[in-house]
Design a protein around this ligand. Structure first.
Ligand code: GDP
Length: 195
């Protein structure tokens, strides 16, 4: 917990050229809009609204950095998959996120947030394909598991594990920001990457 107990909002970045110096250690969070990424970040950081606070309208296509102390950061990538988003904004998302994922040396791993009740979408796969050549690990949180009974939750975990086999270095777990189920396991993976 101590690593996650003192997080502070650090910076918002709209364009690749605004990225802070590529130093220290970062773990990035990605996911379809409404999958539960802000809630997962707040649960991990034991805060009510840290991730949401910096998420004002107009910032949705931005990357938000949270400092954990000692040059370690959690990085909130813009959500995706909203059908109503104009094409220009989609292209901006693609440029910002692909440049970040493919070129960031201090990126230690990616946490992909997926609603446990939905299967992975094309943009989830796109992210995994951008990161795969770097060989960096990916940890998938199948979140909102409190909305499912145990058996369908286990089935969703099995299905995701099979689907993600094509990407080396991917691990998957069940998670709930509401019940905090899976929280210690998720913190352990992230802390291991940031060490
Ligand atoms: P984001 O767009 O990915 O950042 O998603 P949010 O964190 O804003 O969550 C989207 C909606 O899902 C909100 O109404 C949350 O309250 C809800 N939500 C997020 N995580 C969970 C969870 O683990 N369980 C339940 N039941 N609802 C959740």
């Amino acid at each position: 917990m101590s690593l996650f107990g003192h997080a502070e909002f650090f910076r918002t970045v709209y364009r690749p050229q605004e990225l802070p110096p590529d130093r220290g250690a970062e773990v990035a969070f990605a996911g379809r809009s409404n999958a539960g990424k802000s809630s997962a970040l707040n649960a991990l950081l034991n805060r009510q609204r840290l991730a949401r606070v910096s998420k004002r309208p107009g910032r949705t296509q931005a990357i938000n950095f949270f400092n954990l102390g000692g040059a370690r950061y959690l990085v909130d990538l813009p959500g995706y998959g909203y059908a109503a988003v104009p094409q220009a904004q989609r292209e901006h998302w693609g440029e910002l996120v692909s440049v970040y994922l493919m070129s960031r040396a201090c990126l230690r791993g990616l946490v992909l947030i997926c609603d446990v009740r939905r299967s992975l979408g094309p943009l989830d796969h796109q992210l995994l394909e951008w990161l795969a050549p770097t060989g960096k690990p990916i940890h998938v949180l199948l979140t909102k598991t409190d909305k499912l009974a145990r058996a369908p939750g286990a089935a969703a975990l099995e299905h995701a594990t099979q689907t993600l086999r094509i990407y080396p270095g991917v691990t998957v777990q069940l998670f709930s920001s509401v019940t905090q189920s899976g929280l210690p396991a998720a913190r352990k993976v992230i802390a291991g990457w940031l060490q």
